[in-house]
Design a binder for this molecule. Structure first.
Ligand SMILES: [Mg+2]
Length: 127
């Protein structure tokens, strides 16, 4: 796992944020968290984030709205969308953005870790 990267985790359920924070701070990542899309966008303006892990279903703007908003200014930022629901057309369209993937909730941390590593190693190859 690439060290010293900064992850933004977004979820309306604090339990997921805790799990991600515990897992990745232990691996040398810096973790910011947000409970909704607007707070996430505020963090993205303020901090230099390397990767976003966002829930899909959230009150207010959902994770897909968040991805669409992020892509207006940050086309290359790796984003992982966590979803517990069947693939819907809106999700399929959002996944057409580059470096945008999804994993099913509940996920195991190995699967999430493999996805994070893959996205960040692609970034290294690009830079
Ligand atoms: Mg949710």
């Amino acid at each position: 796992m690439t060290a010293l990267k900064i992850i933004l985790a977004v979820d309306d359920e604090p339990g997921y944020l805790e799990v991600i924070k515990f897992e990745y701070s232990g691996k040398g990542f810096t973790i910011f968290s947000a409970r909704n899309a607007d707070d996430a966008l505020a963090v993205l303006k303020r901090e230099s984030i390397d990767l976003v892990i966002t829930d899909m279903k959230m009150p207010g703007k959902d994770g897909l709205d968040l991805v669409i908003q992020i892509r207006k200014t940050l086309p290359d930022l790796p984003i992982i969308i966590m979803t517990g629901y069947a693939m819907e057309d809106r999700l399929k369209r959002v996944l057409e953005f580059k470096r945008t993937v999804h994993i099913h909730k509940p996920f195991d941390l190995d699967k999430l870790g493999a996805t994070v590593s893959q996205l960040l190693s692609e970034e290294k190859l690009l830079s």
